[in-house]
Write a protein that binds this ligand. Structure first.
Ligand code: SF4
Length: 364
């Protein structure tokens, strides 16, 4: 507990914010990649402590927000056709697909259940062999090893009624994609500490050099974030671009090799559709040949990738790439609220639009 208090200490936060103000001589735009960091920044008013010259923009690090509409439609279709029980995380229920959503599928009689871990879905399948169970698996490198563990255990136990609708994605290729955008407005990056705890940060090193963009692996408490900002601004002001690790109490350069080995045993890197962003080369995971029997899309059929019509008037793609602040979306707080969301960033507990609505009172 003492550790957490230290990382929330208001005096330390103030000292760090003052240090940022002292060294910043130019306007800089920093992207916090993770939605958890966005929520912490707004909840703790970190953005308001910074000098006007420093702008924080939000990144694609909300797994619910980037899950493609076609995956949601596929999951809803499986449930509605009563082919299987669909198990997923609670945030996914209200995210609109292109045609429907999982809440509607449940209202129509589809068996959609909320789980807190992939292992919960496996447990249900093992205790009810009379039905098929599909885990709708979303998320970044933090959750891929757990999904892989569930698959490995299912195979070891001969559980044949458990499959995975895989929508897992990889963060580094998405960051590379954003830094390559012609209108990229990101000078420095606060990388997601929990993802790097699993992956390490070696992969970011050539990226920082290639784009002349400093990247700081950063945690989630106010002191973490302000330290990450200070480290990033220090590099920018010095004309340096390398990877530094603010979150060293959790993250090391090589990450968690055992977890990544588990992920790589079941999955391999593959191109993947990121909602609103399009197909990102190497941006996801596909089942390895040996594990294709666990692929729910093969067993039950998938709604084809294109066309993903996007989200209509929703400007989520611009929000997720740091081009647009949520409050600048014309629908924010009007047509689009957490009670009637038009896009995933307003639904998800990690969504940037939900964060602005919650901590800025829905004000524009
Ligand atoms: S406020 Fe709503 S409509 Fe606008 S970008 Fe966010 S989720 Fe989409």
């Amino acid at each position: 507990m003492k550790l957490l208090e230290e990382y929330r200490d208001p005096a330390t936060v103030r000292l760090l914010a003052d240090a940022v103000a002292r060294i910043a001589t130019k306007p800089w735009r920093l992207m916090e990649v993770c939605g958890g960091q966005t929520h912490s920044i707004l909840e703790n008013g970190i953005d308001s402590l910074l000098p006007d010259a420093i702008t924080l923009v939000h990144g694609p690090g909300c797994p619910v927000c980037v899950t493609p509409a076609c995956s949601i439609d596929t999951a809803a279709g499986i449930a509605c056709r009563h082919e299987a029980v669909v198990c997923t995380f609670g945030d996914m229920l209200r995210v609109p697909g292109a045609a429907t959503d999982l809440m509607t599928a449940r209202s129509a009689g589809g068996d959609v259940r909320i789980v807190y871990s992939p292992m919960d879905a496996l447990g249900m399948a093992r205790s009810d062999p009379s039905r098929e169970y599909v885990l709708f698996a979303v998320g970044f490198e933090t959750t891929v090893p757990v999904t892989a563990t569930a698959v490995l255990r299912a195979r070891a136990s001969g559980t044949g009624n458990f499959t995975v609708l895989n929508a897992h994605v990889r963060v580094p290729p998405a960051l590379e994609w954003i830094l390559r955008m012609p209108d990229c407005a990101v000078d420095g990056v606060l990388a997601a500490g929990h993802v790097c705890a699993v992956t390490g940060y070696e992969e970011y090193e050539p990226m920082a050099a290639r784009h002349s963009t400093p990247i700081v692996v950063t945690g989630f408490e106010p002191v973490d974030i302000l330290q990450g900002i200070l480290m990033c601004i220090s590099m920018l002001e010095a004309g340096e671009a390398r990877v530094e690790n603010q979150y060293a109490r959790v993250v090391c350069r090589e990450g968690n090799p055992a977890a990544m080995a588990m992920a790589r045993e079941v999955f391999e890197h593959a191109d993947a559709d990121w909602r609103g962003l399009g197909v990102i080369p190497g941006g996801g995971w596909a089942f390895r040949e040996d594990f294709r029997s666990f692929d729910a899309a093969s067993r039950f059929g998938a709604v084809p990738d294109p066309p993903d019509p996007g989200d209509g008037i929703c400007m989520a793609a611009k929000v997720l790439t740091g081009v647009l602040e949520p409050t600048c979306c014309p629908a924010f707080g009007r047509e689009c609220t957490p009670g009637s969301p038009l896009g995933a960033p307003m639904v998800s507990s990690e969504g940037a639009c939900a964060a602005y609505f919650r901590y800025r009172g829905g004000g524009r």
